[in-house]
Design a protein around this ligand. Structure first.
Ligand code: 5RP
Length: 231
């Protein structure tokens, strides 16, 4: 079994938490794609749910799978969101945004009664930032100044590009700055500090948003749980 098998295990396990009639936040990435494909099979078998996609990529997959779609504006109460992550720590805090969808993902997670994260075991880390740079979505205007401000937090900052000289553009029309730390000592404070910088739209630290993490591993499915803090 390899990493792809672990992603599939976790992604498919998550559908067991879905009940008929639910409104579901549909996350972004290759792990949650297994969830979306499985939901597609359930729809064919007569299951009735509606999904709110967190990205254009996920919307396309959901349409392929004939998952009925709605919007957060039409359905502001989401029963459950299933999404992937780039890093998970022991408090179930996350780094997300490897796919560049962090802003919509965070809005959807924040407005969900339950947030379920699906990962393979390589994503579980001792400290956030240790393996994966923190993605920060920024408006294009003045982005080099925003980059300098972020560098003052002691990280190396790179503009995300799809190829040399061609910046990655988010679904919201913005840039992503990837911030490489040794590790993030105080993720709660860092999330707040970064979001105070003018020009920052959102950052990929997800703090106290997650209810449960489903981990695919050589040992089978592991479940990490924590009560969601209501803000
Ligand atoms: C997209 C994300 C993804 O959920 C995260 O990057 C994990 O993706 P994958 O399951 O492909 O590793 O945050 O913005």
């Amino acid at each position: 079994m390899d990493k792809e098998d672990f992603k599939k295990q976790a992604g498919e396990e998550a559908v067991k938490l879905i009940e008929d009639g639910m409104t579901i936040g549909l996350g972004t990435g290759s792990t949650v794609e297994y969830t979306l494909r499985k939901i597609g099979q359930m729809i064919q078998e007569g299951f009735k749910i509606q999904g709110i996609p967190t990205s254009i990529r996920t919307k396309r997959i959901a349409k392929e799978e004939k998952i009925p779609l709605t919007t957060l504006d039409e359905h502001p109460e989401i029963d459950i969101t299933i999404d992937g992550a780039d890093e998970v720590d022991s408090n179930l805090n996350l780094i997300k945004g490897g796919g560049g969808a962090l802003t919509r993902e965070k809005i959807i997670a924040y407005n969900s009664k339950k947030v379920i994260i699906v990962v393979d075991d390589s994503k579980v880390v001792k400290a956030l930032g240790i393996d994966f740079p923190l993605p920060v979505e920024v408006v294009r205007f003045g982005w080099t100044s925003t980059k300098k401000t972020l560098e003052a937090f002691g990280c190396n900052v790179a503009l995300r590009e799809i190829m040399k000289g061609e910046p990655f553009i988010t679904d919201n029309g913005n840039y992503i700055l990837d911030c490489e730390f040794d590790y993030i000592e105080n993720p709660e404070q860092m999330e707040i500090n970064i979001n105070c910088i003018p020009g920052v739209v959102e950052n990929g630290l997800f703090i106290n948003l997650v209810s449960e993490v489903i981990v695919g591993s050589q040992q089978g499915i592991l479940t990490l749980e924590k009560e969601k803090t209501v803000v």
